[in-house]
Write a protein that binds this ligand. Structure first.
Ligand code: XMP
Length: 318
């Protein structure tokens, strides 16, 4: 009988055996998979697990601080937070093409991770949150001719890092990962998070990225996500987020004419992200959130709702 409790006991024992007294380095993203995998490894080897959590400047509002705190205070992981915002912004400057942005973020991430790895002596193993669908997908979807978007996950480290892998979730499906996470005492807040792309808000700011635009989008996105949670809608959708359009339009505020940015809101229902329907959020909620964003986020004077399904649209706009 598969139960989360048995899985934890068996896996921790197996990890102890596999790793022995070697050191493991692992990139943490704040996502479900890397968090559950790291917690399991940490149960087996304690502080011989070296977690690295990078602030790439395109995370959600407050995410870096909150997730780092959970890692340390709740899960007692040996994790280092690396603030690399400025380096990412520098490299992203002037980049407008979606794939170019993805490449920059993937390359920068690897550079920073390797730099951190070199600071720790005697690292021999690499932990990863690979789950079973990733194993299948890397065979079928990522064939050379079929990559529609080059999905960059924190797990995608280069072959040059020739270390043996530690992948405790390799045979689990997502719902099993969540159950194991619950068994390990990982907060629901973290386990029930919507998927969030590796390149983060960089692919939700259409066109060029600036720190000012990131701050604007973070504010709108935080209001949207909090609004969904407060109205008990967060769990009814598979993924949601706000997109900053490179479009300014005219508005009016008091006696003043405004000329500001537009935010598009996206929410979809889906099983695996391969196909998706736009979520039929209640009009009352849309009315509320539109006012909330426009009245409170200076720099945005128009909110639109994306009613496109996948296919032919994709979930992200870039
Ligand atoms: P699309 O836009 O292709 O998105 O319909 C499907 C799912 O994949 C996520 N996504 C990404 N995840 N790196 C990631 O790690 C990426 O470059 C990337 N692009 C899209 C997207 O958020 C959705 O969950």
């Amino acid at each position: 009988d598969w139960t989360p409790a048995h899985f934890v006991t068996d896996t921790v024992a197996a990890l102890k055996k596999q790793i022995g007294d070697r050191k493991v380095i692992m990139a943490l993203s704040g996502g479900v998979d890397s968090t559950v995998a790291a917690t399991l490894i940490s149960r087996a080897i304690g502080d011989n697990l070296y977690g690295i959590f990078v602030d790439n400047g395109v995370l959600r509002k407050g995410e870096f601080e909150q997730v780092l705190k959970t890692y340390k205070d709740n899960l007692h992981l040996n994790v280092k937070g690396v603030d690399a915002k400025d380096a990412f912004y520098r490299e992203l400057e002037g980049k407008t093409d979606p794939e170019a942005k993805r490449k920059v973020i993937g390359r920068m991430f690897i550079e920073i991770f390797q730099e951190e790895a070199h600071k720790i002596s005697g690292i021999e193993m690499l932990g990863q949150g690979t789950i079973y669908p990733d194993v299948i997908e890397s065979v079928s979807v990522h064939g050379p001719s079929q990559t529609i978007k080059s999905h960059h996950n924190v797990g995608g480290l280069p072959d040059t890092m020739k270390m043996s892998l530690v992948e405790p979730l390799r045979f689990l499906f997502k719902d099993e990962v969540r159950r194991v996470g619950r068994e390990l005492g990982i907060p629901d807040e973290l386990l029930d998070r919507h998927p969030f792309p590796g390149p983060g808000l960089a692919i939700r700011i259409l066109g060029e990225i600036t720190p000012e635009k990131v701050a604007l989008l973070q504010e709108a996105d935080a209001r949207y996500i909090n609004g969904l949670k407060e109205h008990n809608l967060y769990k009814t959708v598979w993924q949601a987020g706000a997109i900053l359009l490179p479009v300014k339009s005219v508005g009016v505020m008091g006696d003043e004419r405004t000329y500001e940015f537009t935010v598009a809101l996206r929410a979809v229902t889906s099983v695996d992200g391969m196909t998706a329907d736009w979520a039929h959020l209640p009009y009352d909620f849309l009315a509320y959130i539109s006012n909330d964003i426009i009245n409170n986020v200076r720099g945005i004077n128009r909110v639109v709702y994306d009613i496109s399904s996948k296919p032919p649209a994709t979930i992200e706009w870039e």
